[in-house]
Design a protein. Structure first.
Length: 67
């Protein structure tokens, strides 16, 4: 969403809450910069997670880091 300026990585508040409900609120900011939307595991365009034991802080962290 958007382009130009310093990119913003938007990581929303938590598992089970998709980011698309926030699109409208960030439209004004998207006029000034690119917004990269990150849906956490199990929501949005990611595959659903059926086993809640897979929803750990370490797993979420590992999906957001390189190497």
């Amino acid at each position: 969403m958007g382009r130009g300026g310093v990119p913003l990585l938007l990581v929303h508040g938590g598992p089970g809450y998709p980011s698309d409900v926030l699109f409208e609120a960030f439209e004004p900011l998207a006029r000034e910069r690119e917004i990269v939307w990150y849906d956490q595991l199990g929501v949005g365009r990611s595959d659903p997670i059926d086993d809640p034991l897979l929803l750990t802080v370490d797993r979420f962290r590992s999906t957001n880091s390189e190497g």
